[in-house]
Design a protein around this ligand. Structure first.
Ligand code: NAP
Length: 284
């Protein structure tokens, strides 16, 4: 059976979600055609996915994740949880700007980011907004002020729950002192486990940990014994990578991204793949 987790203690989601970045080819790489992208989003929901990760800045050459989500799924099912992010990037094109010109964490641009997500998703309130720290413009930018800005936007009724992304363990603790935090979204997978202590800290606090790049992102995940374990289960390597995340801690909610219907179906099916103690020992 597919396991679930209540984000923010109330938004019940299937543990395997979907990351919409790949639908746009942002910041680089291939992407599916428009009809294929819409079909993937609709199929994800049909398969029981109800946690979709996106942002207004997932957009390239006029193809924007939020607009695809809106076209495919609006009016949204009651139980669909759409998680967006604002912060270190204002728009996708900011990636190319020098650090000093990136101003996504200022109060005005955080509001602009929230409003852009509301408008492009076609909602009055965003389910979850991650404050995305990280990137080059982070130096000297404390987390407190931008998080307080998002808290005020939440109090205005524009946001239901807050999360943080690309944060250190110390920033996570600081964030929790400022606002209730529903989720942490950081890089983590079978081959990149730097965040092990943060995964455990989130679990202890009842907070979701959402690993981005769950199957390796731009570089498919590789690890010792991965292929052998996959062969034993007649599963694929990405499926084992996802099953490993699910086994690692009950608060882990992977959001694999894909532009392929077949891969989407595989990834959702990984939600019911149970690794044995022997498999987990082999994977280290
Ligand atoms: N907060 C942040 O800073 C941050 C940063 C990066 C990403 N994110 C979020 O995290 C989500 C996940 O990250 P991601 O999509 O970059 O990385 P990912 O899910 O680890 O990997 C996606 C890549 O893996 C391939 N893939 C996925 N499932 C597969 C399967 N079953 N078999 C073979 N290949 C498969 C995809 O190619 P195909 O299209 O060929 O399947 C795609 O190239 C993003 O969509 C985005 O929403 C957040």
């Amino acid at each position: 059976m597919t396991e679930r987790w209540a984000m923010g203690g109330e938004l019940s989601v299937a543990r395997i979600g979907y990351g919409a970045m790949k639908l746009t080819g942002w910041p680089r790489g291939d992407r599916p055609g428009r009809e294929a992208a819409l079909a993937i989003l609709r199929r994800a929901v049909e398969l029981g996915v109800n946690h979709i990760d996106t942002s207004h800045y997932y957009a390239r050459d006029g193809v924007a994740a939020n607009e695809l989500i809106r076209e495919a799924l609006h009016p949204y099912p009651d139980d669909l949880v759409i998680v967006t992010k604002v912060g270190a990037l204002v728009e996708g094109s900011d990636l190319a700007l020098p650090a000093a010109q990136k101003t996504g964490l200022t109060p005005g641009n955080l509001r602009r980011g929230v409003e852009a997500n509301l408008r492009t998703l076609g909602v009055d309130r965003l389910d979850v907004v991650n404050l995305r720290m990280g990137d080059l413009d982070r130096t000297g930018t404390p987390l407190a002020e931008p998080l307080e800005t998002l808290l005020a936007l939440r109090d205005e009724g524009l946001i239901r729950h807050l999360g943080v992304s690309n944060v250190t363990a110390a920033e996570f603790e600081e964030a929790r002192r400022i606002a209730p935090i529903a989720c942490v979204q950081n890089l983590y997978n079978l081959a990149r486990r730097d965040d092990d202590p943060l995964v455990d800290a989130c679990a202890k606090a009842g907070i979701a940990y959402v690993p981005f790049f769950p199957v390796g992102g731009f570089q498919p995940v590789t690890a010792a014994h991965l292929e052998a374990v996959a062969a034993r289960h007649r599963a694929t390597v990405p499926q084992v990578a996802l099953a490993w995340l699910l086994a690692r801690s009950p608060n882990i909610l992977p959001i694999p991204g894909t532009g392929s219907l077949a891969h989407l179906e595989e990834n959702v099916a990984a939600g019911t793949l149970r690794l044995s103690a022997e498999d987990l020992a082999e994977l280290g």
